[in-house]
Design a binder for this molecule. Structure first.
Ligand code: FES
Length: 177
């Protein structure tokens, strides 16, 4: 019998056994630990990378904060006496809104679709409130918050600014009071 035949018929020596360094239990533990580390790392990366966007998305979904729109002239100041209101459309051509002059330098504007079932809300100078005639809904003209009737959400406030001669709409504060 030659040397090769003799070697092939033998159980390998310990030092030739390439499986001698495998410890299955330990390897499984390392796998589990490695997997957990990877998951924690991935979760961390995900949290950090999405945090600002998640905040913005939540803000957007919940309707807080304001959104700017192109500046649009609402009315000349001289056309509006204290206690008067004027209807306009903002930000879209089909979105009705109301500007009320409450004082010499005090103006408030809201989208005037009722937050109950979208009926148009009017300014009542006599009652000093915004009124929805459909189901007797009332809104505080200084905050837009509902004060009576079925509406539960505030009227979306229009961001306004004015100069010496006119009042302008520049954005919409949604559900914010
Ligand atoms: S639609 Fe305004 S109170 Fe119902």
């Amino acid at each position: 019998m030659d040397n090769n035949a003799e070697r092939n018929n033998k159980v390998p020596f310990d030092e030739d056994n390439y499986t001698h360094n495998i410890h299955k239990n330990n390897e499984r533990e390392l796998d589990r630990r490695g997997f957990l580390k990877t998951m924690v790392g991935a979760a961390g990366v995900f949290a950090v990378s999405t945090l600002p966007w998640g905040g913005l998305a939540a803000k957007e979904l919940l309707g807080f904060g304001s959104r700017s729109h192109p500046r649009k002239k609402i009315a000349d100041k001289s056309a509006l006496k204290i206690g008067d209101a004027v209807e306009f459309h903002y930000p879209g051509e089909h979105e009705s809104a109301l500007l009320v002059r409450l004082g010499e330098h005090e103006y408030k504007a809201y989208k005037n679709a009722c937050t109950h079932l979208k009926c148009p809300v009017f300014w009542s100078r006599e009652e000093d409130q915004m009124v929805c005639p459909c189901h007797h809904g009332y809104f505080d003209v200084r905050t837009g918050k509902p004060t009576a009737g079925p509406p539960r959400r505030a009227l979306p406030e229009i961001v306004i600014e004015w100069d010496g001669s006119a009042i302008y709409a520049t954005g919409v504060k949604r559900y914010e009071t």
